[in-house]
Ligand binder design. Structure first.
Ligand code: KG4
Ligand code: ZN
Length: 343
């Protein structure tokens, strides 16, 4: 089964061709980061315009890279929410037109379900247990818009067990990155600089860490970094690396602590990690150490399948198409689509 995935929920225009929900035949991501960096964040209207200009060549490239023609596809899967409304519309309207013209089945995919499905793609996974994770398992979803612990009983059958009360983990990385003059998005740069920094240089808060619940809060941490700077320009050199490492350690510490607690509470021994922040080296190492100590199995996709891409949408879409799910030709978008509702 050859499925075309289409993803335009935020600032990446992406298309991929995936075979049997596992083998990635083509994976094209056209990032708009450089365009938005000028504004210090994603500008929704600019994102929609960029998607409109890029979607057709990206689709053509994906099909060509896979060595197939559009008529060889068995189905089309498109992200229909959550995300930016104008950005989502570009992907959904294009996918509908394509499905109608080709006479192929279409399915709408929840972007978050896509992140959860990334781990089922065949990929070298340096930190991961071989093979796909069994059900039920626990998922730690950490992206620019979401931070959540989710119990996954089967594809599409999920229960939220913990989430952030304010900023998402990726949002905290990006806001602190901006404060430190590292541009947008700062997550990757903070990760890189942390590698040579001292994580114990600054004692930063671990919000809600001692509490019994499985929720997160990152806004206090961001404020603590701002107070530490005290209105002065950001530090440079080793001092900057130390501050990055101290901030990253505080985020990683809470994510690891709550994941361990959730595994015990839910009686699970398989943890998948997904979303852009799952690419973070500190988080990967922290979870690998916890897995070795506690004896749970860890599954993390390769970094490029953690950040937004269309192969994860094709993987989740294949699971739906196999179950006979089909989108109507008037499929709409839902910018606030929650994980458990809809496709
Ligand atoms: O999943 P994603 O690509 O988009 C959303 O659905 O939000 O996640 C993007 C987020 C951004 O906040 C970005 O800074 C963060 O993931 N990110 C990282 C790293 N790579 C991406 N954060 C920390 N370390 C990284 N290596
Ligand atoms: Zn995402």
């Amino acid at each position: 089964m050859l499925v075309l995935g289409v993803e335009t929920s935020c600032d990446e225009t992406a298309a991929a061709v995936v075979e049997d929900g596992r083998r990635v035949r083509a994976d094209v991501v056209a990032s708009q980061i450089l365009v938005h960096a000028e504004f210090g964040g994603v500008v929704p209207e600019v994102a929609s315009r960029q998607h409109t200009a890029t979607i057709a060549p990206v689709l053509r490239r994906a099909v060509a890279d896979a060595g197939v023609g559009f008529h060889d596809l068995d189905g089309i899967a498109v992200t229909c929410g959550p995300g930016l409304v104008g950005a989502l519309l570009v992907g959904v309207e294009t996918a509908k037109a394509l499905a109608y013209a080709l006479g192929k089945p279409l399915v709408g995919v929840n972007h978050l379900a896509g992140h959860l499905a990334a781990v089922f793609l065949e990929d070298p996974k340096p930190f991961a247990t071989p093979g796909p994770p069994p059900f039920p398992h626990l998922a730690l979803l950490v992206s620019g818009g979401h931070t959540a612990l989710i119990r996954v009983d089967a594809p599409g059958k999920t229960r939220l067990v913990g989430s952030t009360r304010d900023d998402a983990a990726g949002e905290a990385f990006d806001k602190v990155g901006k404060m430190l003059g590292l541009g947008y998005p700062g997550g990757v740069v903070v990760d890189k600089l942390s590698a040579t920094g001292d994580p114990s240089a600054h004692a930063l808060p671990r919000a809600l860490a001692g509490r019994d619940d499985l929720d997160f809060s990152f806004s206090g941490l961001k404020t603590a970094v701002r107070e530490l700077l005290g209105g002065a320009p950001p530090p440079e050199g080793q001092a900057l690396n130390d501050l990055c490492a101290s901030f990253q350690a505080a985020v990683v510490d809470v994510l690891v602590r709550k994941s361990r607690r959730a595994l015990v509470r839910e009686g699970l021994s398989d943890l998948i990690v997904c979303g852009g922040v799952a690419a973070n080296r500190g988080l990967r190492a922290g979870l690998a150490a916890a897995a070795a100590e506690d004896g749970f199995r860890l599954y993390i996709p390769s970094p490029k399948r953690c950040t937004d891409n269309a192969s994860m949408i094709a993987a989740a879409g294949t699971q739906l198409l196999e179950r006979g799910v089909r989108a109507p030709i008037d499929l709409g978008v839902d910018p606030g689509l929650p994980l458990n509702v809809g496709p």
